[in-house]
Each structure stands twice: as C-alpha cells, then as structure tokens.
Design a binder for this molecule. Structure first.
Ligand SMILES: NC(=O)c1ccc[n+]([C@@H]2O[C@H](COP(=O)([O-])OP(=O)(O)OC[C@H]3O[C@@H](n4cnc5c(N)ncnc54)[C@H](O)[C@@H]3O)[C@@H](O)[C@H]2O)c1
Length: 281
C-alpha cells in the first residue's frame, strides 16, 4: 500500500468514500465496454481480498492483482465517482459494492440454463456464480433421460415449459448450452419468456430483438488470441535481441518486459493474463 490514486471529489479533501451504494457520476450506459470488463475483474480481485480479510488496498496492489496498469485502473474507477482516500487506499468492501452497483449486480440475477449436457452440467454445478450475484434458478433439457434428474440443487425441467417457467422464475439471464441446430429456437423461447440477456455457448450467431443482448462465449477464439499474443511476444523478444546485438535502442525489450510484468502472477494467484482478461477460478 504505497502509491495511491490522485484525489477526486470529496476524497481530495481527505474524507473517506461516502458509501458503496452512491450513484455513479457517469451514467452506467456511458462506461466503455472495455472498462466494464475490467470492472468485473477488479470485482473478482476485491472478492478474494475481502475473503482474505483485507480492509484497504492501494491502486498499485489492485492493479497488479488485476493485471492492468495502475493509471488504467484509476481511470476505470473514476467512472464510478470518487473512490478511496489519498494516502490510505480503497476500502475493499465499499469499492466492491460500488462496482456491483455499477454492474447492476446488487439487484441480483436469476439465471436459467438450457442444455444440461457436458457443458451445461458443469456450469450448473459451478458454485462461483452464486458468490458473484447470479442464482442458477432453472435447468432445462429436451432429453427424457435428463429431464427429471437432479443437478446440484435443481431438478431438470423439460424445455417445453421453458417459456412459462423462466417467466415464473423471474429469470433475467438465459444460458444456451444446446447443440447449435436448436440454439436459435431455444433463444427465441428465452426471449419470449422475457429474458433480456442471453449468454450462448453455441457456435452460431443468434438473432434477437433490439432490446435483448447476446454474448457468445467461444473458448477456441480465446485460445486463438492467446496463440497470437504468444507469437507476437516471441517475435518482439527476437527483434529486441537482434536490435541489442546491433547496438540499437532497447525499446522493444522494455515494452515486452513491461507486458510480461503486468502478466505475471499477482498476489492473488496466476489467473491474470497479459491483457488483463481473466479466466475465473
Ligand atoms: N463456446 C465454447 O467454448 C464451447 C465449448 C464447448 C461446447 N460448446 C458448445 O456448447 C454446446 C453444448 O456442448 P456440450 O458438449 O455440452 O453438448 P452435449 O451434447 O453434451 O449437451 C447438449 C445438451 O442439449 C440438450 N438439447 C438438445 N436439444 C435441445 C433442445 N431443443 N432443448 C433443450 N435442450 C436440448 C441435449 O439433450 C444435451 O443434454 C454446443 O453447442 C457446443 O458446440 C461451446
């Protein structure tokens, strides 16, 4: 806890953050998408800190654990209004609740999952969603050998009752883990039930009305990005070595070293990648 963020608002006057539930100064819709993604990462780190009993964290520590630069972290957090106390740091619990508020997590989300196969079953059993404000409320499948079985605390329901049950369950997020051939049909049922957010693992584009947002998860794409970054990193190191050998500037080496530094395991473990994205533990 050494280097702290610059003062902002009331914090510049040396007073503590006025409270976790305060409304963000920037309307949530104006927070850039990349910042939203990093806010989720900060939240994960803060959760681990809170569990470890940490009360205050500096921007340097938080940035390092999240795998980003501290300037970027301060900029990201500035979207939420005044945070922290100069010379002291961020109050872990207050910052957690600020970010939860901005991400809409304080309302809590009820999730229904369709397709209780290999992937769906693993997702349904994952206890981490609950800890982060997402309650798995309903599981649906079409296979008669799966319908009626218990996965975790839930009994799998038939997809025929998805539309009605998802509405009754108050679902706000629908997860599609079915084969691609039926994914659009399942997505349509979710939309008709009133779900506004769909997370799809099916490898196809889903058509939805304007008021519904779809996010597609594709681990192969993530691995392709990792492959590209790794190749680029190797090239940079090779270029830097060549440049050094010919007595020229070491800019590339410094750049790649900096990237490696931000990508190293932080105090909270090795889950942080070079560009700051995180596979949740
Ligand atoms: N995005 C990724 O990185 C990633 C990784 C793995 C799998 N996937 C995709 O996730 C999906 C599921 O993969 P999996 O390995 O779990 O497949 P799986 O075959 O094990 O499971 C699919 C489940 O969907 C059910 N299903 C089929 N038709 C249905 C319908 N009309 N309504 C409700 N349920 C129905 C099946 O009964 C089965 O239980 C596939 O589309 C796969 O391509 C994506």
């Amino acid at each position: 806890m050494t280097q702290l963020h610059p003062p902002q608002g009331e914090d510049a006057r040396g007073t503590a953050d006025s409270g976790g539930g305060a409304a963000p100064v920037v309307p949530v819709r104006d927070i850039p998408q990349a910042t939203v993604t990093r806010l989720a990462t900060y939240l994960r780190v803060l959760g681990a800190l809170a569990e470890a009993g940490t009360l205050i964290v500096s921007s340097e520590e938080l940035a390092s654990a999240a795998g980003v630069g501290s300037a970027k972290l301060r900029k990201d957090l500035s979207f939420l209004g005044p945070n922290g106390v100069r010379g002291v740091g961020y109050d872990v619990v207050r910052l957690q609740s600020r970010i939860e508020n901005a991400l809409g997590l304080d309302r809590g989300h009820r999730v229904v999952l369709v397709g209780v196969g290999n992937l769906g079953r693993a997702l349904a059993r994952y206890p981490g969603f609950d800890r982060r404000g997402f309650t798995m409320a309903g599981l649906f499948d079409a296979d008669p050998t799966i319908v009626g079985t218990r996965v975790g605390d839930l009994v799998v329901r038939h997809v025929d009752v998805l539309e009605e049950d998802a509405r009754e369950l108050g679902a706000t997020i629908g997860v599609v883990a079915t084969p691609e051939e039926v994914a659009q049909h399942v997505c349509d049922l979710l939309v008709r039930s009133g779900v506004r957010s769909v997370l799809s693992f099916a490898p196809i584009e889903l058509a939805v009305p304007a008021h519904v947002e779809v996010r597609r998860v594709d681990l192969a794409v993530e691995m392709q990005v990792l492959s590209f970054n790794s190749t680029r990193h190797d090239e940079l190191v090779r270029t830097a070595d060549g440049t050094r050998a010919s007595g020229l500037t070491r800019v590339s080496t410094q750049r790649s070293a900096r990237r490696t530094q931000t990508g190293k395991a932080g105090p909270l473990g090795p889950a942080v990648t070079r560009n700051g994205s995180v596979i949740a533990p």
